[in-house]
Design a protein around this ligand. Structure first.
Ligand code: FAD
Length: 276
């Protein structure tokens, strides 16, 4: 019986069809009694209304919904309105991020880094929200050094973050070493591993090159070999990610946060495997 708590991340759908598919996905994942469902937010507020609509629908269904807020290219006034709207709707948990400026654009907002957003949320709303922040066991691509990245997480904790969710990784060792470093640095909040199921190699390679998550050579080569054989690729991916989750569970992780890409099938297979 699986007792690890779970949470699931969605992106806000754009079309009526996407909204309907996400309802089905939520219906499937709801049976695992998740701690919360989170909904991403496009930098500069590009998905603001869709994120809000999705969050409110989740909340109406009786689940805890956690909107992401990315602050880059936003003004303090815009973020303040958003916080007021979420407070008025009874939202209790936020995922506070910097976000990335779309290529070719220049940031023009009031915030440079996520720590400033965490400070702002605490100043505006006190202890109203449980604030999640991002953490990077394999280091953020812009990090000057591993230590500088760790100190950035420490600053976010000191500013009021309640817990952290990591970028995805396939090297469990990187996560465990990161936890050791956090402990030494006095970071004492829960650091929940973010889990990325494997759907297809092209998409995974693209995500990983942007966010700095390593696909180990043995994994990449096996996935490339299966590139023309989706059923085998997915079955192999389920095995690899299930083993990763089991290793993390064995070491007593606080919970697992799944990047769902708004799909439930592969995640259900993984959860069934790790619940046996
Ligand atoms: P920060 O914590 O601000 O760190 C960004 C970089 O700046 C790091 O390299 C850090 O070391 C460096 N840094 C911090 N302070 C300083 C300083 N004073 N001087 C120099 N360097 C510094 N993106 C979205 O747009 N929408 C989402 O919904 C979203 N959800 C996410 C959910 C999770 C769980 C994760 C892990 C990421 C998510 N992202 C999302 C991606 C995230 O926005 C990017 O990774 C972004 O590049 C960094 O965001 P951050 O909050 O980690 O930034």
């Amino acid at each position: 019986m699986n007792t690890t708590r779970l949470s699931f991340e969605f992106f806000p759908p754009k079309t009526a069809d996407g909204i309907e598919k996400l309802r089905e996905t939520r219906g499937q994942l709801a049976k695992y009694n998740p701690e919360f469902f989170s909904v991403t937010f496009g930098a500069g507020g590009s998905t603001r209304d869709r994120t809000m609509d999705t969050v409110l629908e989740i909340q109406k269904e009786g689940f805890q919904a956690a909107p992401h807020i990315s602050c880059i290219s936003s003004s303090k006034e815009e973020i303040s309105h958003l916080l007021q709207a979420y407070q008025a709707q009874g939202i209790k948990r936020l995922v506070a991020l910097r976000g990335d400026v779309p290529s070719g654009e220049v940031s023009s907002g009031d915030f440079r880094y996520a720590v400033e957003l965490v400070e702002f949320i605490r100043a505006e709303t006190g202890d109203q929200f449980h604030i999640e922040v991002a953490a990077y066991p394999e280091f953020h691509p812009e990090a000057r050094t591993p230590t500088a990245d760790l100190l950035n997480l420490k600053r976010k904790v000191d500013a009021g973050a309640t817990s952290a969710i990591t970028q995805y990784f396939y090297n469990a060792d990187a996560y465990f070493r990161f936890l050791d470093q956090c402990e030494i640095a006095g970071i004492d909040i829960p650091i929940v591993p973010g889990i990325m199921p494997i759907y297809n190699i092209t998409q995974l390679a693209r995500f990983s090159s942007i966010c700095g998550a390593e696909i180990p050579r043995w994994l990449r080569m096996r996935l490339e070999e299966y590139a023309e054989d989706m059923p085998s690729l997915r079955a192999f991916g389920v095995d690899v990610v299930s083993e990763l989750c089991e290793t993390l569970q064995t070491w007593g992780v606080p919970s697992l946060h799944f990047y769902t890409l708004n799909r439930s099938g592969i995640i259900s297979n993984i959860i069934e495997n790790i619940s046996e």
